[in-house]
Design a binder for this molecule. Structure first.
Ligand SMILES: *Cc1c(COP(=O)(O)O)cnc(C)c1O
Length: 244
């Protein structure tokens, strides 16, 4: 790998600080320190910065936009091939971009409609492969957020789980934008309830639906307290993003 022009020291320290926050939150919740994985959200970071995060130990990355996912894929490919890094799609995905995503992401966390799931499944069946997916639920109901509404979460998950090209691995949400911790926590608890209902349903394809991808820089402690198995962190690792 070419030597990164980005100094890795401070980034490594911030990564370590985030990992410490996650472990402390797990300990507070009486959970094992390794019960929660850190996904580093790399939107707006260029490939050299993402590689610096990988050199600093990031092994799970998330991209929001197909264009960025595809642009950074060549730089990450050797690490992905070596099993050092996995890349998840965590942003809204349009059906006509399914092909681009399949080449670059090992999991789509943002499945929010049956139409999208069908498009992904069809393509995977044609390619003779399986794709890990999660169902994104909009627990807060805020109109700015993607995801199926909580009441529709289980039925979408059952439909997705039954598709041949897909393996349902869990659920993803973005927490409520609220200063009231109880409101934010209640949303995360709702996702956990949906996960528990689906994973224990005995319906086809639901056995592996264990993951709860929830919690970001500002609310990861609350998410870990409610059972997050993946927290997705950008700002706390890279610093504030430039506003678009
Ligand atoms: C940007 C983003 C994150 C990380 O957010 P931060 O507040 O920067 O930690 C997590 N999940 C999704 C879906 C995102 O778009």
């Amino acid at each position: 790998m070419p030597h990164s022009p980005v100094p890795t020291g401070p980034l490594a320290e911030r990564l370590a600080a985030v990992r410490a926050r996650v472990s402390a939150a797990a300990a507070d919740a009486g959970r094992a320190p390794d019960a929660v994985r850190l996904l580093v959200a790399t939107k707006t970071q260029d490939a050299s910065m993402v590689l610096a995060a990988v050199e600093a130990g990031a092994d799970l990355l998330g991209e929001n936009r197909v264009q960025e996912l595809v642009a950074k894929a060549p730089a990450l490919a050797p690490h992905v091939a070596a099993g050092r890094v996995a890349v998840h799609m965590i942003g809204h995905l349009q059906r006509n971009k399914v092909n681009q995503v399949l080449g670059a992401a090992g999991c789509v966390e943002s499945v929010d409609s049956l139409a999208l799931a069908l498009a992904l499944s069809e393509r995977c069946v044609r390619d003779g492969r399986t794709l890990d997916v999660m169902v994104q639920v909009n627990v807060s109901g805020e109109p700015s957020k993607s995801g199926t509404l909580p009441d529709d979460g289980p039925s979408l998950a059952f439909d997705v789980a039954a598709l041949p090209g897909l393996r349902l691995t869990g659920f993803m949400t973005i927490g409520a934008r609220s200063d009231d911790e109880q409101v934010v926590r209640a949303g995360f608890a709702r996702l956990r309830e949906i996960r528990d209902d689906v994973a224990s349903s005995g319906r086809p394809g639901t056995d592996d639906a264990r993951e709860l991808s929830m919690g970001m820089s500002g609310d990861l402690e609350l998410a870990v307290a409610e059972g997050a198995t993946i927290v997705r962190v950008g700002t706390a690792v890279f610093g504030p993003r430039p506003t678009a």
